[in-house]
Design a binder for this molecule. Structure first.
Ligand code: EPU
Length: 337
């Protein structure tokens, strides 16, 4: 265990936050010892994996950070067309996806290049390009942070929703995920229908792509729109895309006929927050330390020298101006700590 650790390299915004205690876990077995430590019992905890979806709002985290760095990917079942792969929580997500693609396993390829670690992926049910983690998630192993008891959560028990799960709602802060099992397929079933995937593939002469080509195309599409956190601090999409009632959408469409949208069940419509934020005039806005990414208004960025509070303040101003212009409340996808 270390004390007074600078978390700058452990949060993708790159804010220099200090953690009172910091414990690195390299094997889930180490957790039993951790739970018996007096510092563990006396302090509040924060489970940190990649730190890609977190906003530290204060300069000090007055508690214990548990950083998951346990590694291992193994095939636990291989039956017919399906393979079940168990991945330890501390594995890098994009590396895991890359390895599955190299093995010719289908099911996570559209989630290529999403920064983060495997243990955090179920918490917010990561999603991109017409695919979500829940589509291939079989179960996960987790530990109760109160009493150290192990528990398995199957797909249904995780109550997955759009950028949401039970770990972000009912059981928030109560469990630590140690490993995740995925059900992947040996059979080609590519999802090419979302957004500009097909247009990109056609333009690059790959109308009928291989798994590897699709993976590489998704990486290229993401790179063109989303900043690399190693170069420019950010946490991916900062807000969720709001879901509004069809009637409210129709009223908006009269005023803004070009408004992009996706139909949702129960007479609801999802509107891209990035579009709303751009229309409200924020795209590319910045001050000395923080701003709104100039190629994708859904991403808030840290140019250096700033603090979490600067992003909190900016995000509130954006929320207020979107609500004033469109009457729509947008809420953060990123976790505030
Ligand atoms: N748009 C604008 N201006 C902008 C940004 C977007 O007008 O500044 C418009 C685009 O032209 C498009 C629509 O909004 O018509 C949607 O944009 P895009 O396809 O880029 O997707 P998104 O809604 O901005 C979502 C996810 C991303 C995911 C992409 C691709 C959320 C909150 N975000 O973004 O996820 O990669 O779709 O599937 O659902 C993340 O969660 O961190 C993330 C990056």
């Amino acid at each position: 265990m270390k004390t007074h650790v600078n978390l700058q390299a452990y949060n993708s915004f790159g804010f220099p936050v200090e953690a009172k205690y910091f414990v690195e876990i390299n094997d889930a077995k180490e957790l039993d010892r951790l739970f018996r430590m007096p510092e563990y019992k006396n302090e509040k905890h924060l489970v940190l994996s990649g730190g890609n979806n977190i906003l530290f709002t204060k300069p000090v985290f007055d508690g214990m950070v548990i950083w998951m760095n346990n590694k291992g990917i193994k095939t636990v079942a291989d039956e017919g067309n399906q393979v079940i792969v168990r991945v330890q929580a501390g594995e890098d997500w994009p590396e895991f996806v890359k390895k599955m693609v190299e093995k010719g396993l289908y099911g996570v390829e559209n989630l290529a290049h999403i920064p983060g670690k495997v243990g955090a992926a179920p918490v917010q049910n990561i999603g991109a390009y017409g695919m979500e983690l829940k589509d291939s998630f079989l179960k996960c192993e987790a530990v109760n942070l109160e009493n150290g008891r192990k528990r398995t959560f199957d797909n249904k028990e995780c109550v997955f929703g759009y950028r949401s799960s039970i770990f972000k709602t009912m059981l928030k802060g109560q469990y630590l995920i140690t490993s995740v099992d995925f059900r992947l397929s040996k059979q080609a079933e590519l999802k090419l229908d979302y957004g500009n995937i097909r247009a990109y593939l056609d333009a690059h002469g790959m109308a009928d792509p291989t798994l590897q080509q699709l993976h590489d195309a998704i990486c290229a599409i993401r790179d063109a729109k989303l900043p690399d956190p190693k170069v420019l601090g950010n946490a991916g999409s900062f807000f969720k895309n709001p879901v509004i009632k069809a009637e409210q959408f129709e009223t908006l469409r009269q005023q803004y006929p070009e408004i992009p949208h996706y139909d949702e069940p129960d007479s609801k419509v999802k509107v891209p927050a990035g579009w709303l934020i751009e229309q409200a005039g924020w795209k590319g806005w910045h001050d000395e330390h923080v701003g709104v990414y100039d190629k994708q208004a859904l991403v808030l960025v840290h140019h250096g020298g700033g603090r979490g509070e600067d992003i909190v303040y900016l995000s509130k101003r954006i929320q207020d101006s979107v609500e004033e212009k469109f009457g729509i409340k947008i809420s953060p996808e990123v976790n505030f700590v």
